[in-house]
Design a binder for this molecule. Sequence first.
Ligand code: HEC
Length: 237
Amino acid sequence: MRNNFFLLFLLLVSGIVLLYACKHEILFQDNSGGTGGGGGNPPPTSNCNPDSVYFVNQIVPILSSNCTMSGCHDNITHAEGVNLTTYTKIIQYVVPGNAANSKLYKVIIKTDGDRMPQPPMAPLTNAQKALLQKWINQGAKNNNCIGSCDTTVFTYSGAVKPILDNKCVGCHNPSNRGGNIDLSTYAPVKTEALNGKLYGSVAQQTGYSPMPKNGAKLSDCEIRQIQKWITAGSQNN
Ligand code: HEC
């Protein structure tokens, strides 16, 4: 009898997970890292194929920290009529399978004043451009995977910097200092770690501005990695 209940419970849970995974219109969600790891649970098994680029995990963070901030391509401003807040809207500027012919890609590789993000904002990094190019050439799918996130890894280079580069630096760099904060190099990140704002903002504690601004909250595992790095002395390791 007990076993039957357990089975039923399992079925229910997997049903909910499936339903969730099928909600293609809810975009600015990020499952990378899942929620495991926080309470000493084993990290979730990753189903991310290293050869694929994932819209939700990799493309959305780039767009939300470089393109969809207020004043640019958000729901309110949609500069030049361009709104990049949902997959359906983004895909209008993409020819799936053909980055070279996709407006979204063409504007980010421009070198003149028409490039996006527009000067004085910094251009996307080569790695970010390459990801967008690969995602489009792989068919520009609205895809998503569960990334592996391991709370036993909490060095600056192995955990903290990759999270910040992917989800924060677009709004926090020398030419675009959101809240007058630069998170592109170690020294200023350490300052924010020591004054409590880094953790307060990503854990979205009261009294802090919730980060990433307008984006999906970091996974519990990512928040825990940042917390552990800070507790261990915020080293440049
Ligand atoms: C879309 C742009 C954007 C993104 C993405 C973003 N920030 Fe911010 N951040 C801002 C702005 C703008 C402010 C100034 C306060 C405000 O407007 O909420 C700010 C403020 C902050 C502050 C100060 C908070 C406080 O309460 O004083 C911290 C710390 C911070 N951000 C960290 C981060 C981290 C860490 C990430 C990534 C996980 C991130 N931000 C992603 C735009 C952004």
